[in-house]
Design a protein around this ligand. Structure first.
Ligand SMILES: Cc1cc2nc3c(=O)[nH]c(=O)nc-3n(C[C@H](O)[C@H](O)[C@H](O)COP(=O)(O)OP(=O)(O)OC[C@H]3O[C@@H](n4cnc5c(N)ncnc54)[C@H](O)[C@@H]3O)c2cc1C
Length: 380
């Protein structure tokens, strides 16, 4: 008897447009494309290829300006964000191990609290991160509210954004440059007129995007200093002298290190503030003398004396001083489905200062919401 094998029926993929080509748009697009149920096109006014061009980096998007490291900042009631942080931690660890070219590294973090005022607490995420050790109080930096080291991840942002694009394109995804005035303009980027599905990842752009403008979006200014400091091999962070300051040191794995920073809500000054730069250099040196010394970080003491000469030595190593704007939103990120006639829109924007460290979590949740919204369409 001959057996007849019927080939699997190729189902037509559902076309989806993702508006926004920062870390949130790209990760969401990649998650959707990987399901093989969707054929995804990303359209963005700013795209990672722009970073290679001669015109400098536009401050109208946030993704090129991040440190970026993984350090949860969800409050107790922010359960969606907690899930996103945890999922992204393990996803980024896998990427670091499986795809070194992605620019993610697993690295020790010395964590002394954040400007969110976690006085005396043991953060919840210490329950799942790997390699947790307590740091003796005598080694804590100024302003510390606790002291732990654990395995975190750092992201070399230009490398990682290019890797996301390459992964997505490798699966047949399309990235294209374009600016929309109205959300429904997105549909023009697929010419057969079949697309009725949009994911809105426009971050600060959501403030004025026609049809979906959201006035709860606002910028939180950041200023970071990029230095050449190849001996730094741990990432550190501690609260600053006020709620809108912190000191953090994030090595990018290529000999350069990001130093920060400030969290200035509503401040739209696009230029560097000299006093902020001085404070960043001083506080980061106190935590991390390896920024100028010939030795690799030992991860021992984080409250070292700093002289004026030390600061000037570090100043010589500055490569760039950057100002960027975190896309914040009153009430936190918007992750929800909106229907506009026949069009299904999934919003995924407003990730403030934590877009990288939550990206895989929010992208997966957005994909699940899209699946659910479309299956509801079919059953109606
Ligand atoms: C100084 C600084 C340090 C940071 N450090 C960290 C960190 O350590 N860890 C971390 O997790 N996060 C960090 N962040 C936050 C992180 O950078 C953001 O949360 C993240 O980049 C947001 O990504 P996004 O894709 O939502 O937005 P964006 O990167 O702003 O991208 C928005 C996209 O939408 C497009 N767009 C907008 N409007 C339109 C329109 N009308 N038409 C077409 N396209 C449009 C833009 O061109 C862009 O492509 C930091 C941010 C800053 C500024």
């Amino acid at each position: 008897m001959t057996m007849v094998i019927t080939p699997p029926i190729e189902r037509a993929k559902i076309p989806v447009i993702v508006v926004g080509c920062g870390v949130i748009g790209l990760t969401t697009a990649l998650v959707l494309q990987r399901t093989q149920r969707y054929s995804v096109t990303v359209v963005g006014r700013d795209i990672p290829e722009d970073l290679l061009g001669p015109h400098g980096i536009s401050q109208s998007w946030a993704s090129p300006f991040a440190g970026a490291n993984w350090r949860p900042c969800s409050a107790d009631h922010e359960q969606q964000m907690q899930i996103a942080e945890q999922l992204t931690y393990f996803m980024m660890r896998d990427i670091a191990e499986e795809s070194p070219q992605a620019g993610i590294k697993i690295i020790t973090k010395a964590d002394f609290g954040s400007s969110k005022g976690e006085l005396g607490t043991k953060p919840r995420f210490l329950g799942y991160v790997k390699g947790v050790h307590e740091v003796e109080r005598r080694y804590w930096p100024e302003n510390a509210v606790f002291g732990y080291t654990y395995e975190s991840v750092v992201v070399n942002v230009p490398l990682y954004l290019s890797w996301l694009v390459a992964e997505f394109r490798g699966l047949g995804g399309v990235v294209t440059k374009g600016e929309l005035k109205h959300i429904s303009d997105a549909l023009r980027f697929i010419d057969d007129g079949r697309c009725e599905t949009i994911i809105n990842c426009t971050a600060m752009g959501s403030l004025s995007l026609g049809g979906v403008a959201d006035d709860s979006v606002y910028p939180t200014r950041g200023q970071v200093v990029l230095v050449d400091a190849p001996n730094v091999n741990i990432t550190t962070g501690t609260p600053g002298n006020s709620e809108d300051k912190a000191a953090y040191v994030i090595p990018r794995g290529d000999g350069t290190v990001i130093l920060g920073g400030v969290f200035e809500e509503g401040n739209t000054n696009a230029h560097q503030d000299m006093q902020t730069t001085d404070e960043i250099l001083y506080q980061c040196l106190a935590m991390c003398p390896q920024l100028i010394s010939g030795y690799s970080s030992t991860g021992k003491s984080f409250n070292n004396a700093v002289s004026k000469d030390d600061v000037e030595e570090l100043r010589k190593r500055i490569i760039a001083i950057n100002v960027g704007f975190r896309p914040s939103r009153k009430g936190g990120p918007r992750l929800e489905v909106q229907r506009m006639g026949k069009i299904v829109i999934v919003h995924n924007y407003g990730h403030s200062g934590y877009g990288y460290q939550t990206s895989w979590g929010y992208a997966s949740m957005a994909a699940s919401m899209l699946d659910a919204a479309l299956s509801k369409n079919q059953s109606n």
